[in-house]
Design a protein around this ligand. Sequence first.
Ligand code: UP5
Ligand code: MG
Length: 190
Amino acid sequence: DAEKKPTVVFVLGGPGSGKGTQCANIVEHFGYTHLSAGDLLRAERKSGSENGTMIQDMINEGKIVPSEVTIKLLQKAMQDSGNDKFLIDGFPRNEENRAAFEAVTKIEPAFVLFFDCSEEEMEKRILNRNQGREDDNIETIRKRFKVFLESSLPVVKYYESKGKVQKVDATKSVDEVFEAVKVIFTPKDE
Ligand code: UP5
Ligand code: MG
């Protein structure tokens, strides 16, 4: 019925841990809609919105955009999708994001998929990515790592304390990581 809340999985992990790559695989196999908060913010910036300059400045400094901006974009994308199963990639990035999302949407995640990856490997991946992202330079990468450790990991810890985290070793190959992800998404016979 119309009152039924959508299923949300938060996909978290450091910069370059493989969130976007694995979300594309999950979409193909399990029928979710992939919403990357970073992609939504980059698109909003390009659209010439009033928040464009602020978003660009935050991304270039590796800082976290105020949750009201990000949550509005996520809510609109959820409505526009017509689906009821979402992978929310790269959000919530701090406690404020997390609390605001729950307060505004009244949605709690089904679980959190956490990609655990070494900084060394993440740095190598981002520097090799070559997709013209303005934040893929070593100076900004270091800032993104710092914000991840200080602000985003506590969100993972919060959900861990609620028994909601599914952790995957993300240093392995794309195929090996997806094998582990598949196990998590495959319904189990009880
Ligand atoms: N690759 C992937 N998996 C691999 C594997 N297993 N082995 C070898 N290579 C692998 O992957 C990165 C690269 O590695 C790719 O080239 C891939 O082929 C390869 P990708 O899947 O893109 O990793 P991902 O985790 O998605 O990395 P991304 O750089 O997108 O993560 P970030 O969290 O840094 O970026 P995001 O777009 O989420 O956010 C960017 C900025 O937006 C933030 O810093 C912040 O300023 C802002 N933001 C907010 O303010 N609020 C939000 O809610 C979200 C973002
Ligand atoms: Mg990404």
